[in-house]
Design a protein around this ligand. Sequence first.
Ligand SMILES: *Cc1c(COP(=O)(O)O)cnc(C)c1O
Length: 425
Amino acid sequence: MQTKSEQLFATAVDLIPGGVNSPVRAFRGVGGTPRFIKSAKGARITDVDGNTYIDYVGSWGPMILGHADEEVVAALQRVAANGTSFGAPTELEVELAQEVIAAVPSIEMVRTVSSGTEATMSAIRLARGVTARTRIVKFEGCYHGHGDSLLVKAGSGVATLGLPDSPGVPAALAENTITLRFNNAQALEEAFAKHDDIAAVIIEPVVGNMGCVPPQPGYLETVRALTTKHGALLIFDEVMTGFRLARGGAQELFGIKPDLTTLGKIIGGGLPVGAYGGSREIMNHVAPAGPVYQAGTLSGNPLSMTAGLVTLRRLRDKAVYDTLENSSRRLCAGLARAAQDAGITTVTNRVGSMWTSFFTNEPVVDWDSANKCNREAYGRFFHAMMDRGVYLAPSQFEAAFVSLAHTDEIVDETIEAARQAFARI
Ligand SMILES: *Cc1c(COP(=O)(O)O)cnc(C)c1O
């Protein structure tokens, strides 16, 4: 008999391309049918067939407090009753800007948009506008949303489908994107030697979108030094890492100030959001203060601002990052031990509450090494975990997330499931 998820998916593929509204939700990388989710609470999600799973996707990053947090839900209900969008400024937008500026070291002014994609597209336009240069540098395996200039060697989503890059991206635009190896400072030095028209270097300071790949010691420092030397802007895409690795994101953790920062995910507390910010001088180029145009009908809408504010205020307490560090360390150590005991080699990369267990026996430091992992083994592990009530990302090339709702008991339950799953595969 078909499950309700299978029935819904069969209907959905006729109506929605691939049956999903974002490719990473499809199970192309692991086989099988996506689970349709009905509800979620804390660390768990429940599908339309009534199966409950411990969730390590966390809506791909935003749900750092856990699902359906009581304070977030109550605030949303209160605010929704007063109207959900006005197309005019609100106090909530000012409060969110204050919260972000107080937290993120390099941000003096911030503009809110409705997605991470919009944030990175806008930051690129701003960088080009400010420097009057055209080219941008990105790194293989880094994903910065699906804007034309950035959808080149863009990591997880595209790579999981086995596609090279997307048709529909004009060659003229792709030509202006230089793609280099992550964690390779020499490649960046050579690019600057060859091109004098690089407007910006955009980077995930800790990559999440080829699986979790941290920067090697000194790498980000070199990227900062080279961009400064050559007059290019450094954009930290902290859509995933912002408020995740530390309150001030990766830039706080590594003590490096980029020129522009993009945010999203956590700052919307599970509602659609994005933001980009930087120094007063740079941000004053944005319309209507300056000539670089960018706009949005639903930008800064009261519901996103509300969920974001409740979330960011709870993250003011530095102790939450210790909690996340401890539960994530416990989890990854337990998973590694379970794999080892089953005679399976994995390499686990983790920074704070962001992690990936790669099915490989080599260090994963860039896209080429990530791409060497055994996707079939991951697919079998993914399904074995789902059979045991644990929901992982349906692709090897994704970061997993621990939330504040993942208690030690839930972590231990996950490790026990993994022990059985590793033994099975
Ligand atoms: C998720 C993500 C984006 C895109 O954000 P959307 O809200 O999905 O458009 C951009 N950059 C990074 C690093 C991300 O993780």
